[in-house]
Design a protein around this ligand. Structure first.
Ligand SMILES: O=C([O-])C(=O)C[C@H](O)[C@@H](O)C(=O)[O-]
Ligand SMILES: [Mg+2]
Length: 434
């Protein structure tokens, strides 16, 4: 083993990042959301960075894995999974099957199993190791994944119904409220003018379906011929999903998770020719066979956090290619480190026919020195060594200080609890909501 590539130290920094009051079917984004920044330092003195979810459920396995990692090489990426299984607990324990069937507290990330949480943690370590390895070798991460097949990666504008500001606390921005079709079109216009996004995804499941149908129609009128997507996060019943599909026939590039669960998605898919995409019913390899066999989804929105990193994302891409299923990318609130990781892996996947999602334009804070800029809706694929990002240690320290000072209100993402700060009667709706 090349001793310079051996991991000497691992640093974990939980942070709280400002997030605007974006609405979804569960509630509203908190003023601050938790993320975890992972740094691996090699004996050769190179530091690699990764990023993942920062809720407590992720911090425990991350701490365990961080303690076990020193002495291993940053090249030992396959070994990361075995190590995580060994030290963080075996995913095949009794009871795990039941956990697999539960949805997460936020209700937006699909099944929540011990294994998926562990993979989300491993993903940040894998990205950090790739970043360190790339820096040590003078090669970009995409080269370590086999090389880029495109020089830019296309992203879509991620439109949200939103309030002008949080009911209590939080940072302010100048986007204003967007609670009707005119507000959504204005938001889309600003995204298109500022970043050149050509396709638009509306986060739905917030208002009764007819209001969201009206918003998509308004977008289709304002941006003729542009790809449009609607994602209610499984909030509709099968008949409601079919009603929306009929109303929006010809207007949508795809419908994303119109209903919850593979069986219901398959029922919708059998009765409409609008392609269905998911980041909820296929978020693990175990969910692939049933979903593909029943034709429940035509596009999988991968997320390198869920799937265990960039190599596993490429494995998913190969599976999708084999079965004629499309691939695009899902996004949750994330910072520039994850955006760089997404861009590197997306650059290496052949036949990526859909623009990727990214929350990034909503994020006013970051822990890297230079914010990436979307031009014509695209990000250039960096050829700099590693991910091509540099940590801003002052910003990292400031956002960590916010996490330390928090009284516990924001350390776990809970959109329903955030909603109750504006509407004390709010309870996360039972799905299907409509
Ligand atoms: O289904 C999706 O695209 C997401 O889960 C993305 C985010 O979680 C989004 O719904 C949000 O943050 O409100
Ligand atoms: Mg989705």
């Amino acid at each position: 083993m090349h001793t310079d590539l051996v991991i000497e130290d691992v640093r974990l920094t939980p942070i709280l990042v400002a997030d605007p009051p974006l609405l979804n079917t569960q509630g509203v984004h908190q003023p601050y959301t938790p993320r975890l920044i992972v740094e691996v330092v090699t004996r050769g003195g190179v530091t690699g960075v990764g990023e993942t979810y920062g809720d407590g459920t992720y911090l425990d396995p991350a701490n365990t894995l961080a303690r076990a990692l020193p002495g291993r090489a940053v090249t030992d990426l396959n070994g990361l999974f075995t190590l995580a299984d060994e030290v963080c607990g075996d995913s095949r324990q009794a009871g795990d099957r039941e956990a697999d069937l539960r949805v997460d507290a936020g209700g937006l990330r699909g099944v929540r199993s011990a294994e998926k949480i562990r993979l989300s943690v491993v993903s940040a370590f894998e990205v950090a190791c790739l970043d360190a390895l790339g820096k040590a070798l003078g090669l970009p991460v995409h080269a370590l994944l086999g090389g880029k097949v495109r020089d830019t990666v296309e992203y879509s504008a991620y439109l949200f119904y939103r309030w002008a500001h949080h009911p209590r606390g939080g940072e302010r921005d100048d986007w204003g409220a967007a609670l009707d079709p005119a507000g959504i079109v204005a938001q889309a216009r600003r995204f298109a003018d500022t970043y050149g996004f050509a396709s638009f995804k509306l986060k739905g499941g917030v208002f009764p379906p007819d209001q969201e149908i009206a918003a998509i129609r308004a977008l289709a009128e304002a941006f003729p011929g542009r790809p449009l997507r609607l994602d209610p996060n499984g909030a509709w019943s099968v008949p409601t999903a079919l009603y929306v599909a009929e109303q929006l026939h010809g207007a949508l590039e795809y419908l994303e998770d119109p209903t919850s669960g593979t069986e219901s998605m398959a029922a919708v898919s059998a009765a409409t020719d609008i392609p269905l995409a998911t980041n909820m019913c296929v978020t693990t390899f175990a969910e692939v066979p049933e979903a593909f066999a029943t034709g429940a989804v035509q596009i999988v929105l991968s997320d390198h956090h869920y799937w265990g990193g960039l190599h596993r994302t490429r494995e998913l891409a190969a599976l999708c290619r084999t079965f004629g299923v499309g691939l695009a990318m899902h996004s949750n609130t994330h910072l520039g480190i994850s955006l760089a990781a997404m861009t590197h892996v997306a650059a290496t996947v052949p036949g990526l026919a859909y623009a990727c999602d990214s929350h990034y334009p909503w994020q006013t804070e970051d822990v890297i020195t230079e914010r990436p800029t979307f031009t014509a809706g695209r990000l250039p694929v960096s050829d700099a060594p590693g991910l091509g990002v540099e940590l801003d240690r002052d910003r990292l320290a400031a956002l960590h200080r916010r996490w330390l000072d928090d009284d516990g209100t924001h350390r776990e993402r809970d959109d329903a609890a955030a909603m109750r700060r504006g509407d004390p009667e709010w309870v996360a709706p039972v799905i299907p909501r409509w």
